[in-house]
Design a protein around this ligand. Sequence first.
Ligand code: NAG
Length: 498
Amino acid sequence: MKSSNSRPSRVGRNPFVHKLKFTVTEKIKIGLMSVTVFPVRLLLVSTLMLLAWPFAFTAALGRSDFVIEPQPWWRRFIDLCLRVIMRAMWFCGGFHWIKVKGERAAASEVPILTVAPHSSYFDAIPVTMTMCSIVTKLESKSIPVWGTLISYIRPVFVFRSDQDSRRKTVEEISRRAQSGGEWPQIMIFPEGTCTNRSGLILFKAGAFIPGLPVQPVVLRYPNKLDTVTWTWQGPAAFKILWLTLCQPHNPMEIEYLPIYTPSKEEKENPALFANNVRKLMAKALELPLTDLSFDDREISLARGPLRIHDLSSLLEFHQLVCRLGLRAGRTDNVLEEQARRARKLRGDRQSLEDFAQFLNLPVTDTLTQVHSLFDQRGDGQIDIRHYIIALSTVHRPSKSMETLKLAFKMYESEENGYVLEEELAAILEIMLGVKEVELSGLFLTLDRPDSAKITYDELHHYIEQHPYFVQDCLDFQNHPRKFGPPKSCNGQKHNKED
Ligand SMILES: *[C@@H]1O[C@H](CO)[C@@H](O)[C@H](O)[C@H]1NC(C)=O
């Protein structure tokens, strides 16, 4: 698969990882803090959180999910106590002073605050300072103690088990947003997941669908050693807590930007609205835009024996298919059905028009771009099987063996299920996102002198025996192996079964 040159490799970088490196001095400091300040802080923070619990519990008693009842004095008193306790808790955690720039608008003016970048659970600080509502998954309600505190701020719960959850969440956000300030403001982290703050990823549309003014809020942690960032791949939650509590002071900045009122066009097009707000926030943060989304996280982090090696072309492909709207209705069944049709074409090369007909889509710019990604020879013709392998790879990134099986179904010979060496190379090139896969080493160790062909079961068995299949048994352009061709796959150093 080609990568278009128009887009720099920005999308290939992975903001869902956080690697922490310490200097020797930092290690010594952390060691000292761990046996002195850390236990004290941990005790204080836990005590304050436990202290907050009965307040939050009492205040939530007898509240309805659908209406806001009048606020008697005792509820207001509890609210004040909670704010004080929470602020004290952050203080004990090393967030001694928090710089707040700009001013938060009133709920009647802007019902929704969009907060970015989302990078840590410490992003809860502005929430507890304002007691705004948030959007969170239903499961967080059942976290001990913290769940009660979350429930206190009347979050919009997302029922992930529910098929309609997206629509219902957006409806609930709209309903509250249109209450004219009766409901608390909602703080939304439109990125929908945590990144390492190296850029702003794509915003989800939820906060922008109501088409009402929003106030963007940007967060900064100007710490020298970044101990607060929590991403899907990096230090675990408790390690983050430990390292952060070991820092003498944890600086944080919250900046309320001016209210953003959508134009008529933006009201009608939430994606445009979202993107314009994103640009504005990126500018305030002096960060680049990273055209990755919440869904790309799965692709970036997928594991498994045949995990994607070079993300850039597949992520670009994924963005294009999302733009074509192919992601939404796509299921394993659709893939199987398309694979059956592609098999019938037997590698007949397809022009752009044929491709459009195959997908039952009109010829658009985006479709042309997708088509050209697979036009390796540059003659305007593609093998549709390549497209289907790529689609399956981005659709179920952590099930690479399923994709391999699907690919075999399209290529294997009817009589004996064999796939030829060069066909397998093409399949792996797409799945791994690499170029010039060389399989002679693999076929050599298979010890089949007569022919270079293999069945799915044989390959499956082989990969099961070689957990580092890609590293040890393959060769391709820019392979991480430093010197020489792959050694025999039999006596490799990583093999755990030895
Ligand atoms: C954060 O993500 C960027 C890619 O966007 C990556 O280059 C960088 O190494 C990551 N930072 C850390 C500390 O892991």
